[in-house]
Ligand binder design. Structure first.
Ligand code: BG6
Length: 484
């Protein structure tokens, strides 16, 4: 029941940073899966570009190993892998010098879609954009794809936008936030805008509060250098969680079209109130049971960077005035789970008497793992014991509803790269959106830096620091449990 595969147009996709982790771990295995599924036309070609000298054969060997590492044997088809490898070529390119550029330019075919994936640090975006221009590769219809982190704050994001805008038009720039490529994240829009059921209740009058949780079990070991300069606020909240919040809070766009959707998301970000310091809890995981703590992982015993953050946000709009949006994300927590829970208000009057207590309807959109949607409703407990109420879930797990094909749901990157080739920017962030998100984030970070706040330690495998619980207790609410 997974949707039909419609082949995209023929393309030349150049991956800068082709030998790096993102390329070998996500992009190339994802492209292989699209190919194996029949979505790449015969004339689709992928050119790896990186600094190391290598020939086409060497690159194919590297990509074969990457596909083997990323995709379990049972899900790989040896013949399809070999066919995919014939699409690959490699050019050694010096991003900041002149080496390799004429060779790369000579490989690009004028009559197919041309896309350039900047799978490199943002420090190289400018150099790549300039050289693509200098060598005549920034043709009218070409696209560039850039990854997060898109800036470190508003000033650097503006500078990056200006660098790219010097050589590319906004309609050519695809800023990836891989959360927008997740199946259930898009389903959020389908649930809201393709059903009549929820939208009339989707406002401050009927919604009590909203919780967005992205919990991870991994620590930051291995990428401490990057992470320690970012922290959970910059790494997760400014982008992924902000996008989730936008999709929940936005008004219906006039069409499922790039600027219609992005205009509505931008309005949400601009309507976000500043967050009060009392409404933020930052945490840092300790070491325990032989596992290293945050300080060891980033090799800095004095680091004050947060690996956990919980905060209460408000969207000042007619629809949401007064509704609390609680956001929580962290590393080394009890389980890997991402979900959005919308808790509706109690009925105005209980005809069943007070002793039956409060049982709010909760709509839970589960992003990962076990993608699905669950609605908690109150019913009568079966049997002759009088009118006793119980809660039951109306549960739509994708795995159950869609059967084994749910396991074949494409990874976020696969979908997003195919959208690049199709020229559809709906699931990509526009420059003004990214800047607005930083404009909200910057003062929050500046305030805790000015106060010299230290994050609170929390135990690995827990739900974060105690104070995060208090953030909701204070409001007479409770976090949903973090469980697999
Ligand atoms: C990345 C962050 O953007 O998203 C990581 O930099 C984080 O720190 C990751 O682990 C989470 O993505 P996912 O798809 O595993 O939820």
């Amino acid at each position: 029941m997974v949707s039909r595969v419609i082949p995209v147009d023929p393309f030349d996709l150049v991956i800068f940073g082709a030998t790096g982790d993102l390329s070998t771990g996500k992009i190339l295995p994802g492209l292989y899966r699209r190919d194996a599924d029949g979505q790449l036309p015969d004339a689709a070609r992928i050119v790896g570009a990186a600094r190391s000298p290598m020939d086409d054969e060497g690159f194919r060997t590297l990509v074969r190993a990457a596909i083997h590492a990323a995709i379990p044997e049972g899900r790989r088809d040896a013949e399809a892998v070999e066919r995919f490898l014939t699409r690959l070529a490699y050019v050694a390119v010096d991003a900041t010098g002149e080496g390799g550029w004429p060779e790369l330019a000579a490989k690009m075919r004028p009559d197919v879609v041309q896309a350039y994936y900047f799978s490199v640090g943002p420090g190289l975006f400018g150099a790549l954009a300039e050289r693509l221009h200098a060598h005549g590769m920034n043709t009218e219809g070409c696209r560039i794809v850039v990854e997060k982190p898109f800036g470190h704050d508003l000033a650097s994001a503006r500078a990056l936008n200006a660098t790219l805008a010097a050589h590319f038009d906004e309609h050519q720039i695809y800023r990836i936030d891989h959360y927008l490529g997740k199946e259930t994240v898009q389903n959020l829009m389908a649930v809201r805008f393709a059903n009549m059921l929820f939208e009339p209740l989707w406002n401050a009058q009927y919604v009590d509060h909203i919780q967005i949780t992205v919990a991870e079990t991994v620590g930051v070991a291995g990428r401490g250098g990057y992470y320690d300069k970012s922290g959970a606020m910059r790494d997760m909240v400014q982008n992924h969680m902000m996008q989730l919040l936008c999709l929940i809070a936005m008004e219906p766009p006039y069409a499922f079209e790039p600027d219609a959707v992005r205009d509505e998301k931008l309005k949400v970000i601009r309507a976000l109130d500043p967050v009060r310091p009392a409404d933020i809890v930052r945490g840092q995981y300790r070491g325990a049971n032989g596992k290293t703590g945050y300080h060891e992982d980033v090799e800095d015993p004095a680091s004050r960077t947060e690996s956990f953050i919980a905060l209460k946000a408000h969207v000042s709009s007619w629809r949401w005035k007064g509704t609390a949006f609680y956001l929580r994300t962290g590393k080394r927590l009890r389980a890997r789970t991402s979900e959005i829970a919308i808790t509706f208000k109690d009925p105005p009057h209980s005809i069943f008497g007070e002793q039956e207590g409060h049982r709010a309807n909760v709509l839970v959109i589960r992003l990962q793992p076990n993608e699905g949607i669950k609605l908690k409703v109150t019913i009568k407990e079966p049997g002759p014991g009088g009118m006793r109420l119980i809660e039951v879930p109306l549960d739509m797990s994708f795995a159950e509803a869609l059967g084994p094909s749910a396991q074949e749901i494409p990874d976020a990157y696969e979908r997003l790269i195919m959208d690049v080739i199709r020229g559809n920017q709906t699931l990509f962030m526009r420059g003004d959106e990214v800047e607005a998100a930083w404009a909200w984030t910057d003062p929050i970070i500046a305030a805790w830096e000015a106060r010299g706040d230290r994050p609170q330690p929390y135990d690995p495998g827990s739900s974060g620091p105690e104070d995060a619980l208090m953030l909701l207790h204070r409001d007479g609410r409770r976090w949903r449990e973090i469980r697999p």
